[in-house]
Design a protein around this ligand. Structure first.
Ligand code: ATP
Ligand code: MG
Length: 564
């Protein structure tokens, strides 16, 4: 333990308890001394990946990366009832997008069905497994309790008889549930997973890859160590709910002749507030139409986050900073948003768009005049250059930047109010407004100061009012903007029926927004900072030439303080 790691990769970026175990294993005299660290990410292809999986991916691929090792991608498809090729494709796509690659190390659990069957035969021959004819219900009744051992009248069935029955199970001679194959371990074990667990069951269901070849399928607890060993995994990293399954994992690895002996290490799953992270529950949201598909921008799925405007870097940073520990914890959604904002702050171009437009007329500006201003694309990245925006007599400004009657401390436009800067352009002063019969403001008037051109504070002028964003009405383009809120109204929708807590106002669609002309060519997936409003991303499905649709990825400010 005290030995310094001297493996191939000396740059261990961060350390966590898994890294410590791995160092011990690959160090001198360790369990896997001299071997390359080999991990796997084993999703079940029964849904799309979510932000919780991003943590598992970070742990699996990241651990391998830090030690100069490799990581497999494995579709854990040993349960035939729920799987689909759509999901296999989506999982690969999301992983690539996140920036992970498994090379040619792509497997299916079902690749090993024959070997698993042979392994089970070996166990029967060794007297370590038997065919049991208890029904599921009887098995439950006979499972015993902490002081009473479990029972099975079939436990001492001769090997030859079990072998024969197991072959007939495979041949399809029995209906579902008629019998099972059980490992023969310890009916009195304090760990119920060791009380002769079922390792094979009969299930006459077609499998998405093997079709009707099999009508018996291995149980997850038997299949998983098997797959790991067949793929020469050295460290099998999984979430803590598998801790109590580890003794059986080790039992399989010890008792079946397998090409390698992997080690299982468990870490705490990621939980986030205000959302659910379970494929089963996310699937209900999709199937019942509460959201617009797996990639709805409100979903905590990787594809939903991508459509919302999340970047791979933000998600990786989030996973990395949450650290790896054994103790379960719930992370604030606000921290995920913080990681996104931090990334986009460096990369997103600053533009102006008005979400709730109202007309501002500069009455002392010539009717036929138009001029251009050159503005910087991103003050954090001068290399992103600049662009031109136009200015003329009629502009769009944000409705909330005007009040007909000011309230205390209001520093924006109102008749005879303070001078305000129009960002990047001139200083203006409000002179009046017109309203319709219902009192809705239809037009605001102002006068500008021709000597304040450039709007740069360096011109020495200090104004009392705020700096406002605006768009030239002569060149503005229309846009639809979608504003998202939490999908659930409570912190922990997993407690109770999550559907009871759906937020009816999680989506607000704003039409008729006005954006500066440079946005007319926004490409699906491109992110921008709309000044004073937040980060927005052109929607990957609905944004098309001639129809601008933006998703609000995240607001500008938040209450989240890192390290708090
Ligand atoms: P779900 O309940 O959402 O279907 P799952 O665990 O069944 O999740 P799998 O596809 O079997 O999903 O998971 C693949 C890997 O991701 C497993 O190693 C699992 O432990 C891990 N994983 C799943 N959810 C989380 C989470 N919230 N945090 C960290 N790892 C997770
Ligand atoms: Mg699972």
């Amino acid at each position: 333990m005290s030995e310094e790691y001297k493996g191939g990769n000396t740059e261990i970026v961060s350390t966590n308890f898994i890294d410590e175990f791995v160092k011990e294993d690959i160090g001198p005299g360790g369990r896997t001394e001299g071997m390359q660290v080999h991990t796997r990410f084993p999703p079940e292809p029964n849904g799309y990946l979510h932000i919780g999986h991003a943590k598992a991916i970070y742990v699996d691929f990241g651990t391998a990366e830090r030690f100069g090792g490799i990581c497999n991608l494995r579709m854990d498809d040993t349960n035939p009832t729920k799987e689909d090729v759509e999901y296999v494709k989506a999982i690969k796509e999301d992983l690539h997008w996140l920036g992970y690659d498994w090379g040619d190390r792509f497997y299916y659990g079902s690749d090993f069905f024959e070997e698993m069957y042979q392994g089970a035969v070996e166990l029967i021959e060794k007297g370590l497994a038997y065919v049991c004819e208890l029904s599921q219900e009887q098995m439950r009744e006979m499972r015993g309790d902490l002081t009473t051992p479990a029972r099975s009248p079939y436990r001492d069935r001769p090997k030859e008889e079990s072998l024969e029955l197991f072959k007939r199970m495979r041949a399809g001679e029995f209906e579902d549930g008629r019998m099972t194959l059980r490992a023969k371990i310890d009916l009195a074990s304090g760990n119920f997973n060791m009380r002769d667990p079922v390792i094979y069951r009969i299930n006459h269901t077609s499998h998405h890859r093997t079709g009707d070849k099999w009508c018996i399928y291995p149980m997850y607890d038997y299949a998983h160590p098997f797959e790991d060993a067949m793929e020469h995994i050295t460290h099998s990293l999984c979430t803590v709910e598998f801790e109590a399954h580890r003794p059986f994992y080790n039992w399989v690895v010890e008792n079946v002749t397998l090409p390698s002996k992997p080690r299982q290490i468990e870490f705490a799953p990621l939980g986030i507030n205000n959302t659910v992270l379970s494929k089963r529950k996310l699937r209900v949201l999709v199937e019942k139409g509460y959201v617009d598909g797996w990639d709805d921008p409100r979903m905590p799925t990787i594809c939903g986050l991508r459509r919302r405007g999340y970047t791979p870097r933000a998600i990786r940073n989030f996973s990395e900073r949450n650290g790896v520990s054994k103790a379960a914890s719930t992370v604030e959604y606000a921290f995920l948003e913080y990681c996104l904002r931090e990334d986009l702050n460096m990369t997103a171009r600053r533009v102006m768009a008005v979400l709730h437009p109202v007309k501002l007329v500069i009455t002392n500006y010539p009717v036929d005049k138009s001029e251009t201003f050159t503005v910087e694309n991103n003050p954090n990245r001068p290399e992103d250059g600049s662009r031109e925006i136009t200015f003329s007599r009629e502009l769009w400004i944000e409705a909330e930047d005007f009040l007909s009657e000011p309230v205390p401390k209001y520093k924006r436009l109102y008749p005879d109010g303070p001078e305000c800067r129009l960002k990047g352009a001139y200083i203006v002063k409000c002179t009046g407004f017109t309203a319709d019969g219902d009192g809705n403001i239809t037009e605001i008037t102002a006068e500008y100061d021709p000597d304040s051109r450039g709007g740069d504070p360096a011109d020495g002028r200090k104004v009392k009012g705020a700096t406002l964003h605006w768009v030239d009405a002569g060149t503005a383009v229309d846009a639809e903007v979608r504003i998202y809120d939490n999908l659930f109204t409570v912190d922990n929708p997993e407690e109770g029926d999550f559907l009871d807590y759906l937020n009816p106002d999680s989506l607000e669609v704003l039409t008729g927004c006005k954006a500066e002309a440079s946005l007319s060519g926004a490409k699906p997936g491109e992110s921008y900072q709309f000044m004073r409003q937040g980060y927005f991303c052109a929607d990957s499905k609905d944004n098309k030439p001639g129809r601008l649709v933006f998703n609000r990825s995240v607001k500008l400010k938040d209450g989240f303080k890192p390290g708090k």
